[in-house]
Write a protein that binds this ligand. Structure first.
Ligand code: CU
Length: 167
């Protein structure tokens, strides 16, 4: 009886320590697009949920690239253009999912080596309030839209190939 209780207690402690302190920012589905040839830069997409108060993503870093930038892209006529954002605001309760089509993404500038499908690498994001959060990014082939029927009208896949030379 006592042993079982103790075990249950220990297990509870273990579970809690695994989760660590309740995090206001929860990052999930971190995926980077596999690169082709010697593409200098890569793009990663995350789902970020802000379970706390208003916060701001300030910067990022990763051993996979020399720099990490927050990017947005938009159509300028029929040319897809990206630009770096200084920061990305996340309101309390906001859940944003970066997708190859919806503009905002994490840009890995100056890849140390090509990103191959199946690889993983760490990415650290620095939030004003939540502080530094490290996630593991999975590299996947993302040549095709992730879901059928998701933005078929405007195929985003050409997006990342011809707009990397902003400097
Ligand atoms: Cu970009």
């Amino acid at each position: 009886m006592t042993t079982i209780l103790l075990r249950a207690f220990a297990l509870t402690l273990l579970l809690f320590s695994g989760v660590s302190h309740a995090q206001s920012i929860v990052i999930d589905k971190a995926v980077a697009r596999a690169t082709v040839g010697k593409m200098p830069n890569g793009a990663a997409f995350l789902q970020i949920e802000n379970k706390g108060a208003d916060d701001v993503l300030l910067s990022g870093s990763s051993p996979a690239s020399s720099k990490v930038e927050i990017h947005t892209m938009s159509m300028d006529g029929n040319v897809m253009k990206m630009r770096a954002l200084d920061q990305l605001a996340l309101k309390a309760g906001q859940k944003m999912e970066m997708k190859p089509g919806n503009g905002v993404h994490i840009m890995l500038m100056g890849l140390k080596k090509p990103l191959a499908a199946g690889d993983k690498f760490p990415l650290t994001l620095n939030f004003r309030k939540a502080g530094k959060i490290e996630v593991t990014v999975d590299v996947a082939e993302m040549g095709m839209p992730m879901k059928k029927g998701d933005g078929d009208m405007h195929d985003h896949d050409h997006g990342h190939n011809h707009h990397h030379h902003h400097e």
